[in-house]
Design a protein around this ligand. Structure first.
Ligand SMILES: Nc1ncnc2c1ncn2[C@@H]1O[C@H](COP(=O)(O)OP(=O)(O)OP(=O)(O)O)[C@@H](O)[C@H]1O
Length: 250
């Protein structure tokens, strides 16, 4: 346990939280390694969102340990602190600035920490321009850089928001149902995109789309009733009777 505690990027142990007496997260233990991508699946109400809320400081657990980089106790930090520590979260609905260009959205995200005046009036440095170019490549939007975000497809807006998170240079990216509402082609491309990001950054993806999960080809954690029901390859967890009963078989 000590090794895991010090070496894992994210370490949850014995975490529980109740809402009005209902235990939404129940003795949950879960770790993510540096640069790892992990897929989280599970039935509605399994606690996936609540787990993300605990990691990002939105919800305080009643019990348990939540450590980032071995030593940082996330339960003692608020949401903005945790974002600054290097945990980025993408909610299901894209929240890009529609009336700005793709490039301006990334520029705003890059300068977000430097205050509003500096964001509006400072020139973009050569280094910042190079980072924007690199992010545009990663999110497949180089050819749309001068277009308004409003004119992007739903899938492209999701990629732009992932790019805006990348601009913050997080160590861990939490991504909630990224492919909901995407076309099949966008879904396939999103799996590729996230695989490219992983390695450099750890990525935790919550999804219900099993074709997408298969494309990700990473370790899967199945949550049910607030704790881990099974963990392993998709084939491994898909063959687990309890997983079939609680989730896949329905
Ligand atoms: N703030 C809250 N107050 C009361 N109950 C809550 C609160 N947040 C979550 N819950 C309950 O906790 C349980 C877990 O919810 P959660 O949203 O984490 O599940 P989920 O796995 O993300 O589900 P879904 O796949 O539908 O998004 C649900 O029964 C939900 O109703």
């Amino acid at each position: 346990m000590t090794d895991r505690l010090t070496q894992s990027l994210l370490y949850l142990d014995g975490v529980s939280v109740s809402f009005d007496g209902f235990r939404a997260i129940n003795d949950l233990s879960f770790t993510v390694e540096h640069g790892e991508m992990r897929a989280i699946i599970g039935p509605n109400g399994a606690g996936k969102t609540t787990m993300m809320d605990i990691i990002t400081g939105k919800t305080r657990p009643d019990e348990g340990t939540v450590l980032f980089e071995g030593t940082v106790d996330l339960t003692r930090h608020d949401e903005s602190d945790i974002a600054r520590l290097g945990i980025g979260r993408k909610f299901q609905k894209p929240t890009v600035f529609e009336s700005h260009t793709v490039e301006d959205n990334l520029e705003l995200a890059l300068k977000r920490d430097h205050g509003i005046l500096s964001t509006l009036f400072s020139d973009t440095s050569a280094e910042q321009k190079a980072r924007i170019d690199a992010i545009l490549d990663t999110i497949r939007l180089g050819h749309r850089r001068a277009d308004l975000a409003a004119d992007l497809s739903h899938g492209q807006k999701q990629w732009l928001e992932i790019g805006m998170l990348l601009a913050q240079d997080p160590k861990l990216l939490l991504v909630d149902e990224p492919v909901a509402g995407m076309t099949d082609a966008e879904t396939v491309e999103t799996a590729r995109l996230l695989r490219e990001i992983a390695g450099e950054k750890a990525v935790v993806v919550v999804e219900h789309d099993m074709t997408f999960i298969r494309d990700l080809d990473v370790k899967v954690t199945v949550l049910a009733e607030g704790s881990v029901l099974a963990e392993g390859s998709l084939d491994h967890v898909s063959a687990d009777e309890r997983v079939i009963e609680s989730y896949l078989g329905r």
